[in-house]
Every structure is written in structure tokens, then in C-alpha cells.
Design a binder for this molecule. Structure first.
Ligand code: C5P
Length: 224
């Protein structure tokens, strides 16, 4: 089984990002590059990281009219990402067109509810009901639109996996037993998320901020 850990490379400058990746690359399965990295370093930065030999997850959270999102999906073919994120709240047509425009073998995964939003934020934007209902509703819509899976927390992945058996589930907010929790609120261990059906484990600071990042990545790998 390949290593499901994708390192969240949330580092503002390119050279330190490459140094960190060089240290840990034997113990992870891929690299997650977010919007901040992409805005700062663009296609050049993605190529630089891709040259280091690991699969790339572009966490761009695309959300626009279907034609524009499809165009963006086509424009990133050259970057050969293995996983790309879009927002499920962009609607069925946007998701269908994004998937149709993605390269073969690229997983298109939906963000349901941003974890920074609580129920009062939802009410303020006109969405009724609980956050969990909204996540499950958007997961169902993503599945019916032909997407590969969703991004969800370690606490939700078990429930979503039961509803969407062959879905591809990307899980951030993980903390190895005994590590610093930081600003994440609802954390589970990488092993628990994996056992509950996670396909990809997104891990950032427990590796990048560890005194010995390679040892931290190796220790996580050993628990899986
Ligand atoms: O450092 P840490 O392990 O908390 O990093 C988690 C990564 O996953 C970050 O890149 C963060 O932006 C992302 N993420 C998250 N929670 C979400 C969605 C994405 O932590 N709900």
C-alpha cells in the first residue's frame, strides 16, 4: 500500500520548502500545495516541487462559473496534479464540468463546508440546518456530479465513507498522539482517520515544525 501522507507545504518561500521536502520525502506519499504557495510561486514553483519526484495535490479550492472552472482545470494539465480541490457549493454543473475538464487520473475532490464557518456563519449566508447536514448534502451532490470524493475532517470520514463506499477522502487536521494541537480544534490521529476510510492524510506542522522533520514523518508512517 502506498503511503497516504501528503505533506502540507505551507512555507512562504521556495528554497526552504525544497529543503524541508528533501529531508522528509522518503517518508511521505505526496505534497499538498495550497493557494498561498500557488499565488506566490505559480506554475514555476509547482514544477520545482514536482521535480523532487512526489505526487502533487493542488489545493486550489476552485469556485466560479462552470466554464471558468473548466478552463482552470485544463490550464493545470501541464502541472500534472494527482489531486485538485474545488468547492461543492459551486453547484452540480460546476462540478460536472470541472471533472470533465480534469486530466485522466487526476482526482477532483470537493470542499464541502469550510471548517472556519460555524452555524451562525451559515445562517448569515442563508444556509439553514446544521453544519453536518450541509456537509452530507454537499457530499451527496459531489458524488452525483461524478467527483472522486470530498475533503472532510477525521471526525466525519467514518460517516461519509459509510454513505459513499468507493469515495476518495482527503482528511486534514490530523495530529499524532501526544503532539501539539495548535489552532486545529477537532483532531484525530492519522491511524484513526486511515482506519475510518481516509484515502489521503494531509499533515503539515506535526512534520514541518518538528525538531527533526524526517524522524516525525517516519514515526507517523510507522503508525499506519
Ligand atoms: O499544519 P496542519 O497539519 O494543521 O496543516 C493542515 C493543512 O490542511 C493546512 O494546509 C490547512 O490549510 C489544511 N486544511 C485544514 N483544515 C481544513 C482544510 C484544510 O487544516 N478543514
Amino acid at each position: 500500500m502506498s503511503n497516504p501522507v501528503y505533506l502540507a507545504l505551507d512555507v512562504p518561500t521556495l528554497d526552504p520548502a525544497k529543503v524541508l521536502l528533501e529531508k522528509v520525502k522518503a517518508h511521505i506519499g505526496g505534497v499538498k500545495l495550497g493557494l498561498e504557495f500557488f499565488c506566490a510561486h505559480g506554475a514555476h514553483g509547482v514544477h520545482e516541487i514536482a521535480h523532487m519526484g512526489l505526487p502533487i495535490f493542488l489545493d486550489l479550492k476552485l469556485h466560479d462559473i462552470p466554464n471558468t472552472v473548466a478552463g482552470a482545470m485544463q490550464a493545470i494539465h501541464v502541472l500534472e496534479p494527482k489531486i485538485v480541490t474545488i468547492h461543492a457549493s459551486g453547484g452540480r454543473a460546476m462540478m460536472e464540468d470541472a471533472k470533465a475538464a480534469a486530466a485522466d487520473g487526476c482526482k477532483v475532490v470537493a470542499v464541502t463546508m469550510l471548517t472556519s464557518m460555524d452555524e451562525s456563519d451559515m445562517t448569515a449566508t442563508g444556509i439553514g440546518g446544521s453544519a453536518e447536514d450541509q456537509v452530507m448534502r454537499l457530499a451527496e451532490l459531489a458524488e452525483s456530479a461524478g467527483l472522486d470524493g470530498i475533503v472532510c475532517s477525521g471526525q466525519e470520514v467514518g460517516k461519509v465513507h459509510k454513505q459513499w463506499k468507493n469515495g476518495f477522502f482527503v482528511v486534514p487536521g490530523l495530529r499524532p498522539a501526544g503532539s501539539v494541537i495548535g489552532d486545529q480544534k477537532r483532531v484525530v490521529t492519522p491511524r484513526k482517520a486511515r482506519d475510518d476510510g481516509a484515502s489521503v492524510l494531509v499533515i503539515g506542522r506535526p512534520i514541518s515544525k518538528a525538531p527533526d522533520p524526517a524522524a516525525a514523518a517516519r514515526a507517523i508512517e510507522a503508525t499506519l
